[in-house]
Design a protein around this ligand. Structure first.
Ligand SMILES: *Cc1c(COP(=O)(O)O)cnc(C)c1O
Length: 356
């Protein structure tokens, strides 16, 4: 158990009005969680303090070598007034694994969950209650050694900030267009693709920008070796419904192991679908589309939960999926997951954790 020292913010900010659009990740609450790590001493000084800028050495490793890992999860105000988290232990475990991959001090999973709960409880009045709204939680670990030498770092900070966020797609669950990226690569096996770390995003911004300029909202990455098999989308894993079966690329080191991905696989199996985790080539998708068997495509991630894909571009081939409408399985998964998260649907899986 962490002993968390709390310093209340004496100048709380005005909270956004009920009808103000929240957007995503621009507004922050009154407090943040901070804990330090020093080699020899371990993690120490767990504290909740007023939200403020950090003070760091300009030489510190996070700024030069990208030594950082992060997580993303949400707190929801349930229909009965309880505050719920969704599978936070999974985020804790993934952050632990990401830290180990980057040779950073891992935070014990139970400390991660305790810190998230404590901070959310203090700022619970910031949880927006509108349809699809939630409190986005961003835990991260940074290496703060004040040296330019490249190597394993011995000083870290674990920080959590909170941001009230609105519906990811304010216009509703409208399908997006994505293109298969065949020039740039996000990650290769043996690299850091399976860790949730900023470096993977640094590798992805250029391709993302080109896709946006071309009228597509995201890129679908191909594997970095053969450039044949699809891997995942910007910050989402990808699913296909092909001829009645649910298919998703297997995890093999270059794909981020999404918690929403794991949730969707389990729910689809419960619904009686055959779910295949395997290699999926771009050619297979084109062939399935040609044969009229590519029934639905959707992305999965904490931010949007389910994001239906209505257009898939591969070279000159623009495939329209399900008439550019949200498919029935995509909609059902969205309704089921958001229903469990907000307590509208009974949680038979033990996926939700009550904060207060
Ligand atoms: C966070 C993330 C996902 C989605 O993971 P969830 O746990 O479902 O939110 C997928 N891909 C990448 C690259 C990510 O960073």
């Amino acid at each position: 158990m962490l002993d968390i020292k709390v310093t209340r913010n004496k100048h709380p900010k005005a909270k956004p009005g009920k009808d103000e659009p929240l957007g995503f990740g621009t507004l922050f609450t009154d407090h943040m969680f901070v804990m330090d790590y020093d080699e020899g001493q371990g993690w120490h000084d767990a504290r909740i303090v007023p939200y403020e800028n950090l003070s760091l050495s300009p030489a510190c490793s996070v700024l030069h070598y990208g030594l950082e890992v992060f997580e993303g999860l949400k707190a929801y105000k349930a229909v009965d007034g309880r505050v719920l988290l969704f599978r936070p232990d999974r985020n804790g475990k993934r952050m632990f694994d990401s830290c180990e991959r980057l040779c950073m001090a891992p935070v014990p999973v139970e400390d991660f969950v305790q810190a998230v709960k404590a901070l959310v409880e203090i700022d619970k009045d910031w949880i927006p209650t509108g349809e699809g709204c939630s409190l986005y939680i961003r835990p991260f670990v940074i290496a703060v050694d004040p040296y330019l030498g490249v190597g394993k770092s011995s000083h870290h900070q674990f920080i959590i900030i909170l941001s009230p966020s609105g519906l990811y797609y304010p216009e509703g669950l409208k399908p997006v267009g994505i293109w298969i990226e065949d020039e740039y690569v996000r990650a290769v096996r043996g690299g850091i693709g399976a860790a949730k770390t900023g470096g993977n995003y640094a590798a992805s911004i250029l391709a993302q920008d080109l896709a946006n300029k071309g009228g597509y909202s995201q890129v679908l990455w191909l594997d970095g070796v053969e450039r044949k098999y699809v891997e995942e989308v910007g910050a989402m894993n990808i699913f296909f419904k092909i001829d009645g079966k649910v298919v998703t690329p297997m995890l093999q080191g270059s794909i981020l192991p999404g918690i929403t991905r794991a949730t969707v696989i389990e729910l689809c199996k419960d619904m009686g679908y055959e779910v295949e985790e395997r290699k999926v080539s771009a050619q297979e998708l084109a062939d399935a589309h040609e044969a009229g068997k590519l029934e639905e495509i959707w992305g999965t991630g904490t931010a949007a939960i389910i994001s239906a894909v209505g257009r898939l571009k591969w070279g000159d081939n623009v495939m329209i999926i399900n008439n550019n409408e949200v498919g029935p399985l995509s909609q059902k998964l969205y309704d089921t997951i958001t229903g469990i998260q907000t307590g509208k649907i009974e949680d038979k899986k033990g996926w939700t954790l009550e904060v207060c």
